[in-house]
Design a protein around this ligand. Structure first.
Ligand code: HEC
Ligand code: HEC
Length: 188
């Protein structure tokens, strides 16, 4: 009885050892076969600079527009209902407070006089509850620059090939988010 168990044990040990050997052989084989091409530090990354020394690679900030509001040209929207890009100079308007200078020209009642695109109705309601705020800006919207950004002249390291599609031609220059927000949602 005892010797039978010992021979089983011996068999199991030898199977384990031979499997282990086989596996390690296979491993050394693949290791020697596929050696990846190596790159120097300068070749890694888009800046073509050593990774551990950034002293010669100063960030490029580019130039922003100096055109005043009223003199600039609006950009086409990046995609349907995307936040429009800011086409005019905003230096001297920062930092943005709860009642800020942007609202002075862009709130619907002021936009009539300034010629600015009026702040849309989506900014004048609480989007979570749907409550209309009687012409007041929703508190979550006062920091315009969180979503609307000014542009700089730069040559990007990687070209952006994204192309937005518009179901309606008007969408290239105006938004209609609140009208279409519930599109496709069934309500009973
Ligand atoms: C003195 C009035 C004035 C102020 C202040 C102002 N804007 Fe404007 N804004 C305009 C006008 C006018 C336009 C239309 C383009 C033009 O004529 O230069 C415009 C255009 C824009 C657009 C593009 C709208 C579109 O339909 O493409 C955005 C976004 C914008 N402004 C955001 C801002 C933000 C954010 C601030 C504050 C940092 C601000 N504006 C301050 C008058 C103003
Ligand atoms: C949380 C993000 C966010 C913030 C903050 C925000 N916006 Fe917008 N804005 C958007 C988006 C998204 C759109 C396009 C969809 C829509 O109309 O809601 C938009 C659209 C607009 C438009 C175009 C309206 C039209 O009819 O085409 C104007 C003008 C504008 N915003 C001005 C502002 C100003 C000024 C502020 C600050 C007082 C501001 N927004 C704050 C996201 C934001």
């Amino acid at each position: 009885m005892k010797s039978k168990r010992t021979s089983w044990l011996l068999a199991a040990v030898s199977v384990t050892i031979s499997l282990g050997l086989l596996f390690s052989c296979a491993q050394t084989k693949t290791e020697t076969k596929a050696m990846p091409a190596s790159y120097t530090e300068e070749e890694l990354g888009l800046r073509q600079e050593p990774l551990y020394d950034e002293s010669k690679t100063l960030p490029v900030h580019g130039e922003t527009t100096s055109k005043e509001p009223g003199e600039s040209t609006k950009y086409e929207r990046s995609f349907e209902n995307s936040p429009p890009l800011i086409p005019h100079d905003i230096s001297g308007m920062l930092p943005l407070e709860k009642d800020n200078i942007c609202m002075g020209c862009h709130m619907p009642e002021d936009a009539v006089f300034s010629g600015a695109t009026p702040i849309p109705s989506s900014h004048l309601i609480n989007l979570t509850t749907g409550e209309y705020l009687r012409g007041k800006l929703d508190g979550s919207r006062f920091n315009c620059l969180q979503c609307h950004v000014i542009q700089t002249t730069l040559s990007p390291a990687v070209q952006n090939i994204f192309k937005g599609e518009f179901r309606d031609e008007k969408g290239r220059y105006r938004s209609n988010l609140l009208n279409i927000l519930n599109e496709g949602v069934k309500s009973e």
